[in-house]
Ligand binder design. Structure first.
Ligand code: BGC
Length: 757
């Protein structure tokens, strides 16, 4: 009834296209804003899921599978701007009703793998090719990248994020944004901020100190904003110290715009935020994906004066400043035929550099293609390209490891491969039945491990080496289950154990490949494997990438973007991370109850609030400082088939900071690339500091055996500062800082003391 009345009122209030209204141009935005009615302004502020009030708004995105729109208003020449998900590529529907054509998008490696390359240029190149698909499929803004922090290994969306370190995260996100936006399309840096878990994500309150907020959970966004100035930023669902992120004036106006100089548009996450006028007042321009009630709430607030026209006009102006930059506004005619074959090559190239070799005892890898491989593990035959939820891309294919190895002419032990092929066909039937009712937020059922012992025994006689792939897939809407996702199952443990025993008894080696979106428990089984390769979720070319690394055609050069601990319980956040496991998002009904004021907010620890008790001592900042014995594989770690030596480290002052120079020499027998990581250890001062913090990094070019290069890395003085809560300011203590250039976060080989005044 209410909607009907409002609609009727608007029909009367909204002038029809009389030809006398201004048509939007880059230089007449204020004129258009001045001509708009409050109803029209509301249609811009809320997304497209509102009723088509008087022909102003659009419900259809125009591109099936896109996530939303900025409503078009034809009488001012404002086109409908289309927003679609990422980050591991563009997410739109691959097929359309009554249309024989397909609209697949390239499935790139997940963000955690991109950051494992430590190669900014390469990540920018990936961004360029993703952005080309965005442009050619008629999308204006990609809702990516995700720049939240790997605070705990069980976060369901870690795969969409880059690292536990804010500097690495910020630089990677900036490279991705710069690459995508070089196509003249936009991005949305998300989820701003402190959104490091999925459990109860719409209502959870992240409670943390101001220093922790500034140094860890905002620094990532700050760097990304300063280095790339994204077209848009998406606020997160959660509360931060009791205030909803989408409604925080301090976060969105004082810090984001005031301190960091952000010039773009802020939008809510889909359905995030409780109080629409408060969202707009905070400096959040767009409420996505809209909805009738949201429209009505904004309009009523304008009418009763609780939302000022000044706030509304500011929001509308910024939205129109975004609209005029879009391909849609510029009349770009998209082809719907991006060069998918070329992009697949980029996908493989990027994935090749993101594979992390964690262990290589007795030079188990690379293996010669002459050797016969017994390929175990159901995931070897059903590779996982990426995670689930809105970050899942509809890719045209996924190359599994069996195919990847065959493409490179590896010989596979026939009985093992035939067993798996047959078994996987049977499993497909079972999985289909279980997956029949699956929704986007429920992870697809994976095949179980049941290979007969006799087959392992027999293969160990005939094959030259064994390989097992362990797979994990998860995603948006829920966190991972410690028992079923982080730990290996009994059957997986048995498989590793049996294959290891059988092959080792004959002097043959076992490689375990981790095809995962996040870390798994390794302490219990890692000694049974000779080599361990972390190939993450490497995108659609996954099997080809892993095969290239296994045979040595690609020398692994990936380094860990987060620490792998010896035991989950020893993680600094283990006692402050929700431990309630569900197979579907828990939060929605709870959220609604809160909305209707039936439940008090934020009363139960680890259910509706999360204490960031570890403060800034998270990830390697904690492990390296307080618990080195709990490190299984340090932050920044990664092996190669060759060895590198660093020497001659120099730190030269330059404008705004220092240039750190190191000579890297390939001291081994094959060509390869290494990563130089610059950490800074602060002197004892007013504030407690971690043992070291990452302040710069660079990937070397490929170095031939014996070849050297000098790497120069800029360390900004600004990033040496810590946030002092007592003075509410960033401060740099005077004294001697130790600059360390290492291959990982525990390497101390190259150090220089620098006096800072
Ligand atoms: C996710 C966002 C996504 C949006 C639109 C939300 O559920 O948190 O990352 O961009 O949906 O699909």
């Amino acid at each position: 009834m209410l909607i009907a009345l409002i609609t009727a009122a608007m029909i009367a209030a909204t002038p029809q296209n009389d030809g006398n209204v201004p048509q939007l141009r880059e230089d007449n935005i204020s004129e258009v804003v001045a001509a708009m009615t409050p109803e029209e302004k509301c249609m811009l502020i809320i997304g497209g899921r509102a009723k088509n009030f008087n022909g102003i708004g659009y419900i259809n995105t125009g591109v099936p599978g896109a996530a939303g729109v900025i409503n078009g208003i034809p009488r001012y020449g404002i086109p409908t701007v289309i927003l679609a998900d990422g980050p591991a590529g563009l997410r739109i529907s691959p097929t359309r009703e009554n249309d024989p054509l397909t609209y697949y998008c390239t499935g790139y490696p997940i963000a955690s793998m991109l950051s494992s390359t430590w190669n900014i240029d390469l990540v920018e190149e990936a961004g360029k090719s993703i952005g080309n698909e965005v442009l050619e499929y008629g999308i204006d803004v990609l809702l990516a990248p995700g720049a939240n922090i790997h605070r705990n290994p069980l976060c369901g969306r870690n795969f969409e994020y880059y690292s536990e370190d804010p500097y690495l995260t910020g630089m990677m996100a900036a490279a991705m944004i710069n690459g995508i936006e070089s196509n003249g399309v936009g991005t949305s840096l998300k989820h701003f901020a402190v959104n490091n878990q999925e459990f109860n994500r719409l209502a959870n309150n992240s409670i943390l100190s101001e220093r922790t907020l500034r140094e860890i959970y905002l620094r990532n966004f700050e760097i990304a904003v300063k280095e790339s100035q994204p077209w848009t930023i998406m606020t997160s669902y959660n509360f931060i110290n009791g205030e909803h992120a989408a409604e925080s004036h301090r976060l969105l106006t004082d810090i984001l715009r005031g301190e960091w100089g952000f010039e773009g548009v802020v939008m809510t996450d889909w359905g995030g935020g409780y109080d629409e006028p408060a969202i707009v007042r905070a400096g959040n321009e767009m409420i996505q994906p809209g909805g009738d009630q949201k429209y009505i709430n904004v309009l009523n607030a304008i009418k009763d004066g609780s939302l000022s026209m000044e706030d509304v006009d500011r929001a509308v102006t910024r939205i129109l400043q975004l609209v005029v930059k879009t391909p849609k506004f510029k009349g770009y005619v998209h082809s719907n035929t991006p060069d998918l074959a070329e992009h697949a090559k980029v996908c493989k190239k990027v994935a090749d550099e993101g594979v992390v070799l964690l262990k290589n005892k007795g030079a188990a890898l690379p293996v010669s293609r002459e050797q016969e491989i017994a390929l175990f593990g159901t995931t070897s035959y059903d590779f996982i390209a990426g995670g689930t939820g809105s970050g899942d891309v509809h890719r045209p294919y996924v190359v599994d490891l069996m195919t990847g190895l065959s493409n490179l002419n590896f010989k596979l032990e026939k009985d093992v491969t035939s067993f798996y092929k047959e078994f996987m066909a049977d499993e497909a039937v079972r999985r289909k039945r279980l997956d029949g009712k699956a929704k986007w937020y429920i992870d697809a059922e994976r095949a179980i491990e049941v290979v007969p012992e006799e087959l392992i025994e027999k293969a160990s006689e005939t094959a030259d080496a064994a390989m097992i792939t362990i797979g994990r897939v998860f995603g948006e809407g829920k966190d991972r289950d410690y028992t079923h996702s982080y730990c290996l199952s009994k059957r997986e443990q048995e498989l590793i154990d049996r294959v290891s025993k059988a092959f080792h008894a004959k002097g043959k080696k076992l490689t375990v490949i981790l095809n995962v979106g996040g870390f798994v428990e390794m302490t219990s089984w890692q000694d049974k494997a000779d080599a361990i390769l972390l190939c993450w979720q490497p995108g659609q070319e996954g099997g080809n990438t892993v095969a290239s690394v296994l045979c040595g055609e690609v020398n692994p050069s990936g380094h860990l973007p987060s620490t792998i601990s010896t035991k989950y319980e020893l993680e600094p956040t283990a006692n402050n991370f929700p431990q309630v496991y569900t197979y579907k998002p828990f939060n929605y009904s709870y959220y609604r109850q809160i909305l209707h004021k039936k439940l008090p907010l934020h009363t139960v620890k680890d259910i509706d609030y999360t204490l960031y008790e570890e403060g800034i001592f998270m990830g390697y900042r904690y492990f390296n400082t307080c618990a080195p014995e709990a490190i299984a594989y340090p932050f920044g770690f990664g092996l190669s088939y060759t060895t590198f030596a660093f020497k001659g480290m120099k730190v030269e002052p330059t404008e705004g900071g220092w240039n750190v120079k190191v000579t890297v020499t390939n001291t081994g027998k094959v060509a390869g690339k290494d990563v130089v990581q610059v950490y800074v250890k602060a002197p004892k001062g007013k504030l407690e500091k971690p043992e070291r913090e990452l302040k710069g990094f660079a990937k070397t070019p490929e170095l031939a055996p014996g070849q050297s290069c000098e790497v120069s890395i800029f360390v900004s003085r600004e990033y040496l500062a810590s946030f002092n809560e007592a003075t509410n300011a960033w401060e740099i203590d005077k004294g001697n800082y130790t600059f360390v250039a290492g291959q990982d976060s525990i390497d101390n080989s190259q150090k220089v003391k620098v006096k800072v005044d």
